[in-house]
Design a protein around this ligand. Sequence first.
Ligand code: PCA
Length: 219
Amino acid sequence: MSGKSSASRTVLLTGFAPFDGDAVNPSGQAARALHGRRIAGHRVTARELPVAFGDSLKALRAAILETRPAVVVCVGLAASRRAISLERIAVNLDDARIPDNAGRQPIDVPVVRAGPAAYFSTLPVKAIRAAIEATGMPAEVSQSAGTYVCNHVFYGLMHALRRRPRVRAGFVHVPPAVAAGAAGSEGLPLAAIVDALRITIATTLSTGEDVRVSAGAID
Ligand code: PCA
């Protein structure tokens, strides 16, 4: 391909600012660590999103327009999880347990009025899980990104790209970052989280169809 139709070589990687009283957010730190890195012939552009309903999506949409990415991976912290969580489903629901950083706390409202109930990730989540596990790190496919700002961003991302199926996109929740060498019960070292995100991007760029062990859909 050439000229205007040439495929984008940018991977947009977003993390979040700290929230809920924390001083740091490993999702933003890990994204920043990969900014400018080349992965499988693509260049990573990292952005930090505010932990705010509405504003987070405005920032994400502006970054998509600006960078015209081939792949978008949004990342957030899930404080209670201990594995890299490849999110499969974004649901059209904001239901905030705590106020966001702007003081807003939407309860039981859709992310997008009259939008579909849910979108699926278009990242190859099973192949990514296998690739991360092969390095000895814990990884899982998750069926819920919650109903807070992370799910809001995930749903808004998939909605924004609904007519651009060739731009692969999805969401990854990461556990808290712990001191190097302390992997285990409390979380993962930041370097391991960074490596898991690098593997997520590399696997997406090298995988066409996701791993499937059986087919059984009902028409
Ligand atoms: N985690 C929150 C929002 C920002 C973040 O890093 C969530 O899981 O919704």
